[in-house]
Design a protein around this ligand. Structure first.
Ligand code: ADP
Ligand code: MG
Length: 140
């Protein structure tokens, strides 16, 4: 497996509790390089577009409201097998099911306020990275 990139979001529950440094430390400890990063406050349109894949799910409206409720930190993470490795260290969507040592086990408050987003495939990673970053903002 070659070096790969994935899109990460530190969600409003994480920025609210001042956890961005603690999460970044876990990421760097796990071998990820943060090759792009910015703090943004998503509009309803941006949050809705980013999560459009979940439009039909019952929690979509609440998810969009939550993601625009405070600032987020969007990042591009780089390492070998980054998409799968980040899903591993994130932990299960519902923190009640997340394994020991994962970000969500340590920090998530609920299935919705679960601290981090990570792309779920290489194709979606490419799309999601483009959603937030231009090529010249990513410094490997
Ligand atoms: P993941 O973030 O683990 O890839 P999904 O893509 O299925 O999970 O869902 C996107 C986000 O929507 C989750 O991270 C979480 O914030 C929220 N979410 C998922 N399932 C629920 C649910 N049943 N109730 C409320 N929010 C949910
Ligand atoms: Mg997902």
């Amino acid at each position: 497996m070659t070096v790969q990139r994935t899109l990460s979001i530190l969600k409003p529950d994480a920025t609210e509790r001042n956890l961005t440094g603690a999460i970044n430390a876990m990421l760097e400890e796990a071998g990820f390089r943060i090759v792009a990063q910015k703090r943004v406050h998503l509009s309803e349109k941006q949050a809705g577009a980013f999560y459009a894949v979940h439009k039909e799910r019952p929690f979509y409206g609440e998810l969009v409201s939550y993601m625009m409720s405070g600032p987020v930190v969007v990042q591009v993470l780089e390492r070998e097998d980054a998409v799968a490795k980040y899903r591993d260290i994130m932990g299960a969507t519902n923190p009640a099911n997340a394994a020991e040592g994962t970000i969500r086990k340590r920090f998530a408050e609920s299935i919705e306020r679960n601290s981090v987003h990570g792309s779920d495939s290489a194709d979606n990673a490419a799309t999601e990275i483009k959603f937030f970053f231009s090529d010249c903002e990513i410094v490997g």
